[in-house]
Design a protein around this ligand. Structure first.
Ligand code: CP
Ligand code: NVA
Length: 335
């Protein structure tokens, strides 16, 4: 039992492609197991005296708190380090930072801009490094998304169609596309031509999908693309670091808003259908940003509807991050 964990011991997660399909799905299952265990009131010691550094260059509510609580739940300690707190990249190279922190900590979770920095931390720290979002990928988000879908649909296979609508080339879209391909779920990206997935990232996912008997498609027309979908997924139209592109993105993506008409266009209102969003989401005018820009990627009606599983999804960030850290640092005999 849990023999698969041997292969994840000491491993970093740079992007979902770093793991085999089985390793990824086993992690999702371990997260479900840890979730039940926590619901039963167990706060264990699977990470007893383990110290985890959280290096964050960008803001975070979910990833930061999920990681800190996941580690504390299991008897470990997390240290939150923002760019101004440490010399990261400014007075000390990423490579040197990696070598210093790797002598102190048992693992590092990184949220930042460049995927290359995340990879450099993994290469030189000598400890597992987990990508908590870069400009290119957001793999830990997708572990939570897969758990959320599995909880509702029972299993993940080509009977499920995920339609991602919006900025089809951002970090979440890139990782979601690969995550679906790896578990055999069909994926359609509905995006304007300018925001289609990068060709190399798309080709990589398509290759995995073909092997797993599913398909990855790109469609410009959202109403056409979402036909038959069981999951409608969107993300903000402007990712962190791209704020200068706000006006252009709003213009481009307005027709891609997720509203009840688009939910209806799936043909699955009465069947298997859920709405997912990695969050934070613009669904009402109660944020400074939406008050200023006046645009929403999802209507409040959909966000607050019975189809919306966004808070289950957000909770699952904690269980999946816990599974990831535990599988890298804890002996399987203890689980
Ligand atoms: N979904 C997600 O990564 O949220 P945070 O930016 O709050 O961490
Ligand atoms: N694509 C978004 C995801 C936030 C969790 C961003 O990078 O800002």
């Amino acid at each position: 039992m849990l023999d698969w964990m041997d292969s994840l011991k000491g491993r970093s997660l740079m992007r979902l492609k770093s793991f085999t399909d089985e390793e990824m799905m086993n992690l999702v299952d371990l997260a479900a197991q840890l979730k039940s265990r926590r619901a039963a009131g167990v706060r264990g010691d699977l990470l007893h005296r383990r110290n985890i550094a959280l290096i964050f260059e960008k803001s975070s509510t979910r990833t930061r708190n999920s990681t800190l609580v996941a580690v504390r739940d299991e008897g470990g300690n997390g240290e939150y380090l923002t760019r101004p707190d440490i010399h990261f990249g400014k007075k000390e190279s990423v490579k040197d930072t990696a070598r210093v922190l790797g002598r102190i900590y048992d693992g590092i979770l990184f949220r930042g801009f460049r995927q290359r920095d995340c990879e450099e931390l993994a290469k030189y720290s000598g400890v597992p490094v987990w990508n908590g979002l870069t400009d290119d990928y957001h793999p830990t988000q997708i572990l939570a998304d897969l758990l959320t879908m599995k909880e509702s649909f029972g299993k993940l296979d080509s009977n499920t169609v995920v339609a991602y609508v919006g900025d089809g080339r951002n970090n979440v879209a890139n990782s979601l596309m690969m995550g679906c391909a790896k578990c055999g779920v069909r994926y359609v990206c509905c995006a304007p031509r300018e925001l289609r997935p990068d060709e190399a990232v798309l080709a990589e996912a398509q290759e995995v999908a073909t092997k797993n008997g599913c398909d990855i498609r790109v469609c410009e027309d959202p109403a056409e693309g979402v036909k038959g979908a069981n999951v409608l997924y969107t993300d903000v139209w402007v990712s962190m670091g791209e704020e200068a592109k706000t006006a252009e993105r709003i213009k481009m993506l307005r027709p891609y808003q997720i509203n009840m008409d688009l939910m209806r266009a799936t043909g699955n209102l009465e069947g298997r259908l859920m709405f997912l969003h990695c969050l934070p989401a613009f669904h009402d005018f109660n944020t400074e940003v939406t008050k200023e820009c006046g645009a929403l990627e999802v209507t409040d009606e959909v966000f607050e509807s019975k189809y919306s599983k966004v808070f289950d999804e957000s909770e699952n960030r904690m269980h999946t991050i816990k599974a990831l850290i535990v599988s890298a640092l804890c002996d399987k005999s203890r689980i």
